[in-house]
Design a protein around this ligand. Sequence first.
Ligand code: HEC
Length: 133
Amino acid sequence: MILIVAVIAAALGISACGYGEQGLAVKSGEPDYNGAVLFAQHCSGCHTLSAAGTQGSGNRGERTQGPNLNQREESPEDVIFAIQNGGFSGAIMPQNIVVGHDAEEVAEFVAKYAGSEAQESPRPGEETGPAAP
Ligand code: HEC
């Protein structure tokens, strides 16, 4: 619980500094907008994802730093799994930060926008994303 409060405080601090909703790549009214807002509110403290205008905690080597989602391809199922289980290892990321329909919206948003800078080859059957620089 203390951790969650700290995370919310961190997220609020981030938006006060100019990140957060202002940086959303998704416009109000688009299907992924709620997911983007929820991600910016709940996940941005630990994860970088450009489409949500979030920087995570940067490259400061903090123990709670989650993977940079610009560099990861994620499926909605993987994101739901990570939300419910606290990441893939269950070690650091809090479980069930968002639940139910909110979790589904976040998963759809992340799956659509994650991996914009992914270096690995796409999974079989997937389109190749934007070319890496
Ligand atoms: C307190 C920090 C923290 C918060 C908040 C957080 N995460 Fe994480 N997350 C992590 C860490 C650390 C990992 C990597 C360790 C692991 O997988 O167990 C991770 C892993 C993940 C992964 C797996 C990435 C991969 O490819 O390995 C996904 C997806 C993910 N998080 C999504 C989310 C979403 C969506 C939210 C918001 C609902 C969120 N995270 C909130 C710290 C956090």
